[in-house]
Ligand binder design. Structure first.
Ligand SMILES: C[S@@+](CC[C@H](N)C(=O)[O-])C[C@H]1O[C@@H](n2cnc3c(N)ncnc32)[C@H](O)[C@@H]1O
Length: 227
C-alpha cells in the first residue's frame, strides 16, 4: 500500500502515479479527473490534419483511470472530467466505454481570453460523468456555466480557481472526493469548505510539497473541520 505523503483532518495526499494508487482506493462518491492532455496538433504523415483525433489523447492513462473511476464510484457517484474541446470526442468516448454515463457538461468561461487565431479560447468543457443517475445535494436550479478567471498568483501552471471547484463540489452530497491528478490541490480547500473528505494523488513531488504547505495553512485558517 502507498503511504500518504501528507494527511490532516479530512485530507489525504498520495505522491505517486494515479494508475498505482487508484487501485488501492476502495470507494469514493466523487472523482475529479484533470489529467495531462497533450495539446499538440494531430498530424497525418507529419501534416497537421486539423482534426480532434486520438493522437494527442493519453489513451492508456484515460482508459485505466476511467475504469478505476467506474469501480470506485457507487451508483449515483459523479466524476468531473476537465477537458479541452479538442479532446472532447476521445475523452467522452473512452469514459462511456468504461461504463460511465456522460450526464451533463459544465462550461467554464473566462473574461480574459487565451491564445488562438480566428477565435481566442475563453472557455473549457467540464464533463460530468456518473455511474447511473447522479445523486445531487438539493434541487437548487444551478446553471451549467461557471465564469471564473484563472488565478493570477498560481502555484501550478494548470491551477483551477476555487469558484470552479465550489460550483461543482456544492452540487453533490457530502462524500469522499478523490482528485486523481491533484496539481496545486486547490480542490482540497473547496472540498473541505463544501463538507467533503478529500483524497489527492499527484505524481510530481514539487506539487505535493505545495499542497502539503497549503493544507497545513488552510487547516489553521479553517479551524475545526466538518466531521
Ligand atoms: C492538469 S494538471 C492538474 C491541475 C489541478 N487540477 C489544479 O487545479 O491545480 C495535471 C497534474 O497531473 C499530474 N500527473 C501527471 N501524470 C500523473 C499520473 N500518472 N498520476 C498522478 N498525477 C499525474 C501532473 O504532475 C499535473 O500536476
Amino acid at each position: 500500500m502507498t503511504e500518504p505523503y501528507y494527511s490532516s483532518a479530512g485530507v489525504t495526499l498520495y505522491h505517486g502515479d494515479a494508475l498505482t494508487v487508484l487501485p488501492e482506493i476502495a470507494s469514493a462518491g466523487c472523482m475529479i479527473l484533470d489529467p495531462p492532455y497533450h495539446m499538440s496538433p494531430s498530424t497525418f504523415r507529419g501534416i497537421d490534419d486539423g482534426a480532434a483525433s486520438s493522437i494527442a489523447t493519453p489513451v492508456r492513462l484515460l482508459t485505466e483511470t476511467f475504469r478505476e473511476a467506474y469501480r470506485i464510484l457507487p451508483n449515483g457517484g459523479a466524476a468531473f472530467i476537465f477537458c479541452d474541446w479538442r479532446r472532447g470526442p476521445d475523452t467522452t468516448y473512452l469514459a462511456t466505454l468504461s461504463g460511465l454515463r456522460i450526464t451533463t457538461c459544465v462550461a467554464w468561461t473566462r473574461n480574459r481570453s487565451g491564445t488562438g487565431g480566428m477565435f481566442r479560447g475563453a472557455w473549457d468543457p467540464i464533463y460530468v460523468a456518473s455511474k447511473g443517475v447522479p445523486s445531487i445535494r438539493d434541487k437548487a436550479a444551478i446553471p451549467n456555466v461557471i465564469n471564473a478567471d484563472h488565478p493570477t498568483d498560481k502555484d501550478h501552471p494548470y491551477e483551477k480557481p476555487g469558484r470552479v471547484w465550489d460550483h461543482l463540489l456544492s452540487r453533490i452530497p457530502h462524500t469522499r472526493v478523490v482528485d486523481a491528478f491533484a496539481g496545486s490541490g486547490t480542490s482540497a480547500t473547496s472540498a473541505l469548505r463544501n463538507g467533503h473528505e478529500w483524497v489527492g494523488i499527484e505524481a510530481d513531488e514539487r506539487h505535493c510539497e505545495t499542497i502539503a504547505l497549503r493544507m497545513s495553512q488552510d487547516t489553521l485558517d479553517l479551524g475545526e473541520l466538518p466531521a
